[in-house]
Each structure stands twice: as structure tokens, then as C-alpha cells.
Design a protein around this ligand. Structure first.
Ligand code: TAP
Length: 494
């Protein structure tokens, strides 16, 4: 019954959109360049400074996009402020209609969004088609549900106001969804900056907002580099900053807004342990490693990048893993048979390569999949290091590429000591057939998310976020909503 009601609601937004827009035709039609989306209008890029967007799989230019200035940011914040009054006072079920409509339009355009995301980011089409874009739609559906219930479930809370949101390039549209869906459901308006490397699906998303008739100013998207991000975070009329990205930039933002009244949430880096006990289902754990570190080329904040294996099974486990690596396919991300695509940019390839070289110099033994990489594009063969010291660079620094480290442990206590020997605390994965042991470990590992006999499971209904230098605040589920609400009693404080 609820479902039928939802369908009826979304039907108010007209017939289903076209589902077969051609990505190349869309890019060709915008050859002059894309602009920002401010106050419900596309600015175009004429007369604006632009930057080139490159397809990392073949190094070809895909598009030109305007670089946001202080004036653009100011116009976007003003539009968001003007829209806030009416939007925040709409009954939650009215706001929910728009979220349902966004979800539905994205679903209808799944193919378009998947291809565009793959071309922009380099990740395999199998992942954008089966993971990224379905999770984006799910995020909007889920938060449409919260929109319906926000007044009753969060009585005594009000929306925060105008939210400045800055996101990274590793899951461009999904990170946008994680930011925009809860903000809107709770009654806020937003100014969002996508990563300079991957702005294209955010532009297509703005088109969806336009088509469904989202009131002007509720969502504003300003493109640009880190300096545009800094302008948004520092703008005096922003009430909340939500940032996902590196710990380094998170620190800069925290310093920048210290002393202001801005609410802040930071989703930062990670160096997550992947702990395999000798009683684990070994085939399952090997498959788990594939998901933990080679999904999305390892460009995943919660990637299981530190494999910890109990000593008695280590050699057998490594041998199985090497055998599995022989079957990995790396290449053109638009090819549906590929497991691993290109890293996001030539710069990222250089960074990953330099860290891996450092690992070798520091004495690590690198095992890489025997793959032939395409001649052009930012490809890196997946691999893992053995013979590494816990204090070595590759064990400490987030590589953010398809390379893990592997070390052994003897006892659960030693595994915990190694797992927690990091400045981060985002996620952990524990593999054992002994559920008591796994649960005991889960309670002792310092991480915001712990998976048992699984990894990289993300859902709109479950709060996600870190401890320590992985940041604070949660995204998803009930916890995530609190990031976009203020308790009314706080407002009454003198
Ligand atoms: P960053 O370099 O930190 O960039 C993230 C975003 O911040 C980009 O849009 C960037 O702009 C912008 N930015 C740069 N300097 C800024 C400043 N001073 N003020 C405001 N914004 C600024 O991270 P990245 O390289 O894109 O992404 C990789 C990092 O994100 C990794 O550390 C990864 O672990 C983390 N990450 C964390 C999570 C969660 S949920 N914890 C999820 C995904 C990624 P431009 O890049 O456009 O210049």
C-alpha cells in the first residue's frame, strides 16, 4: 500500500523521462563547456574560466567545466538562503515527493549515469551499473522515507539551514547522494562542490533537479578546485559544512571554521584492517580481499588495505590469493568483462606508483597480478606487499590504489594491537567461523564500521563514519539525519 502511494506521488511529476540518452551526444551538445547550477538555472561557461575534464582510461578530454569564483559561491549561498525559508517549512511528505522523483529519474537513467560515471572516473562499468548508481537511487528513496517521518521521528528538531558540501572523486554521484539526500529530507538547502576531477554526473544530477521542478535554490552546484571548496566552507552564511575527502584537507577545514557557529561533519581517510583467522572460510576470505582492496581500484576510503593473517595459514592464504589474482582482468572500464579499470587521474597513478616504490625500497616484497595494461590511461596492476614492517610507509599511509599490505599475527591480542596501530579508524573486516571470537574482536577494534565475514557493505539505512583521524559524524540511517538537524533547545540558549 505504501508503495502504491509512493508511485502515485511520483506520478505527479509527469511521464517517465527518456532512459536512453546518449552520453557522447550529451557531451557533444555541451562542447562549449558546462557551468554551475545556481538558483535553478544553469549559468553556462561563457566568459568563465574553465578546467578540462579528462577520461582517465584513455587520457582524452571529455568536457570543459567552469571554475567557481567568490561571486559564484556567493550567488549560490544567497539562492540557498532565499530558498530555505519556504523549503524548510514544507511538510516533510511534500519534500519527500521531490526525493522520490529524483530517485525515480536516476533509476530511469541508470545506463546514462553509469556510462558517464565510468568515463569520468575510470571505474568499471560493472560497478557503476550494479553498485554506484543503484545505491544512489536507493539513497534518495531511503531518505524520501525519512522526509515523510521527519516531523514525528525528530520532534523538537529543526533543519540546520544552508549546508556547504564538498565531496571527493572516488564515488562522485554516490558521495553527492550521501550529502544531498539527508540534507533535503531534513529541510535544509545546499551548495555542493564536486571534485574537480569528476564533476560530470553532478551536472547530470542538476539536470534531473531541474526537470522534476525542484524549487530554485534548494540545490546549488558550484564547480571548481580546492579554492572553490574553501570559499564554500568559509562563507559566512553557511550554517553547516559537510566534507568528505582527505584527512589533510579535513584538518584545514576544521581550522578554517574553528570559532564559527558552523556545524561540521568530516568523512576522511582510512587504512582499514582485514583480519583473517586460521578457522576462516579461506575461499570466502580470498574473495573478500578482492572486494576489499580491488573494488573501485582500491580508491575506497574504507578499503581493507592492511591484510592481517594468522601465522599458521599465512602461506596457504597468500598462495590462494596469488592464484586468484591471475584471473583478475584490468583494462577498458567500459568493457563489461573488466574487474578493474583506470585510476582516476595521471596524478593519482603517479602518487600510487611512488608509494609502491617506497614500499619496495623499505624492504617489502610486492606481488602483482600478471596483467598486460593498456598502453594509454592511468592503469596500475593490482598487488599486495608481504615482508612489511607495521611502521613502514605502505602500512601507515593511505595508498588509495589497488595495493594492500599483508602481515601475520599469532594471537587475537596481537591482531588487535596491529589493527589499532593506525591513526585512522574508519572500518574493519574480520574473518572467522567462530562468531564469539569475531564479535569479541569487533568490540575491540577501533573503527566506525566493522564487518564480519564480509567487507565494503554499505547501505543507506546504516550510519557510516569514522573515529580518530577518519573524522566524525555519520552518514546514512537515523544517525545521519542528526547531522542535518539542530535540537530546538540549542537555539534557545542565550
Ligand atoms: P581531497 O583532496 O581532500 O579533496 C576532497 C574535496 O575537497 C575535493 O572536492 C577538493 O577539491 C576539495 N578541497 C581541496 N582543498 C580544499 C580546501 N582547502 N577547502 C575545501 N575543499 C577543498 O580528497 P580526494 O583526493 O578528492 O579524495 C580522496 C580522499 O577522500 C581519501 O583520503 C579518502 O579516504 C577520502 N574519502 C573518504 C570517504 C569517507 S566516507 N570517509 C569517502 C570517500 C573518500 P578538488 O579536488 O576538486 O580540487
Amino acid at each position: 500500500m505504501g508503495q502504491i502511494k509512493d508511485i502515485l506521488r511520483t506520478m505527479e511529476y509527469g511521464p517517465a523521462p527518456e532512459s536512453n540518452i546518449d552520453v557522447q551526444a550529451w557531451l557533444d551538445a555541451n562542447k562549449k563547456g558546462f557551468g554551475h547550477f545556481i538558483n535553478g538555472k544553469f549559468t553556462g561557461s561563457e566568459g568563465l574560466k574553465t578546467f578540462a575534464v579528462i577520461n582517465p582510461a584513455n587520457a582524452k578530454v571529455l568536457a570543459k567545466v567552469a571554475n567557481g569564483t567568490a561571486e559564484d559561491v556567493d550567488a549560490a549561498v544567497k539562492a540557498a538562503r532565499a530558498a530555505f525559508g519556504k523549503w524548510s517549512k514544507l511538510p516533510g511528505h511534500e519534500r519527500a515527493k521531490y526525493l522520490y522523483a529524483i530517485a525515480r529519474h536516476i533509476q530511469k537513467r541508470e545506463r546514462f549515469f553509469s556510462v558517464l560515471e565510468t568515463m569520468d572516473n575510470g571505474k568499471p562499468i560493472r560497478e557503476t551499473r550494479d553498485i554506484d548508481i543503484p545505491l544512489v537511487a536507493r539513497h534518495f528513496y531511503h531518505h524520501a522515507g525519512w522526509g515523510e517521518m521527519v516531523e514525528t521521528e525528530f520532534e523538537g528538531f529543526s533543519p540546520v539551514g544552508v549546508c556547504g558540501q564538498v565531496i571527493p572523486w572516488n564515488f562522485p554521484l554516490l558521495m553527492l547522494a550521501w550529502k544531498i539526500a539527508p540534507a533535503l529530507a531534513a529541510g535544509n538547502t545546499v551548495v555542493l562542490k564536486p571534485a574537480e576531477l569528476t564533476p560530470l554526473t553532478a551536472i547530470a544530477f542538476a539536470e534531473v533537479c531541474h526537470e522534476i521542478g525542484l524549487p530554485a535554490g534548494v540545490v546549488n552546484i558550484v564547480h571548481g578546485d580546492g579554492s572553490t571548496g574553501a570559499l564554500i566552507c568559509g562563507h559566512e552564511d553557511i550554517d553547516k559544512v559537510a566534507f568528505t575527502g582527505s584527512t589533510e584537507v579535513g584538518r584545514i577545514i576544521r581550522e578554517q571554521i574553528a570559532g564559527s557557529e558552523k556545524k561540521l561533519s568530516l568523512e576522511l581517510g582510512g587504512k582499514s584492517p582485514f583480519i583473517v583467522f586460521e578457522d576462516a572460510d579461506m575461499d570466502g576470505a580470498v574473495e573478500g580481499v578482492v572486494d576489499a582492496i580491488w573494488f573501485n581500484q582500491g580508491e575506497v576510503c574504507c578499503a581493507g588495505s592492511r591484510i592481517l593473517v594468522q601465522e599458521g595459514i599465512a602461506e596457504r592464504f597468500y598462495n590462494k590469493l596469488r592464484k586468484r589474482m591471475e584471473t583478475l582482468r584490468v583494462g577498458d572500464p567500459l568493457d563489461k568483462t573488466m574487474d578493474i579499470g583506470a585510476l582516476v587521474s595521471a596524478g593519482q597513478l603517479k602518487r600510487v606508483s611512488a608509494l609502491v616504490e617506497r614500499g619496495k625500497v623499505e624492504g617489502g616484497t610486492l606481488w602483482q597480478a600478471p596483467v598486460t595494461l593498456p598502453a594509454k590511461g592511468s592503469y596500475f596492476a593490482p598487488g599486495f606487499f608481504t615482508d612489511v614492517e607495521p611502521a613502514s610507509t605502505v602500512c601507515e599511509v593511505e595508498i588509495f590504489g589497488p595495493v594492500a599490505t599483508a602481515t601475520t599475527f599469532r594471537t587475537p591480542d596481537e591482531a588487535i594491537a596491529l589493527a589499532n596501530n593506525t591513526k585512522y579508524g574508519l572500518a574493519a573486516s574480520i574473518w572467522s567461523e567462530n562468531i564469539n571470537l569475531a564479535l569479541d574482536m569487533a568490540a575491540r577494534v577501533k573503527a566506525g564500521v566493522v564487518w564480519i565475514n564480509s567487507t565494503n557493505l554499505l547501505d543507506a539505512g546504516a550510519g557510516f563514519g569514522g573515529y580518530r583521524e577518519s573524522g566524525f559524524g555519520r552518514e546514512g540511517g537515523r544517525e545521519g539525519l542528526y547531522e542535518y538537524l539542530t535540537a530546538d533547545w540549542e537555539k534557545r540558549l542565550p
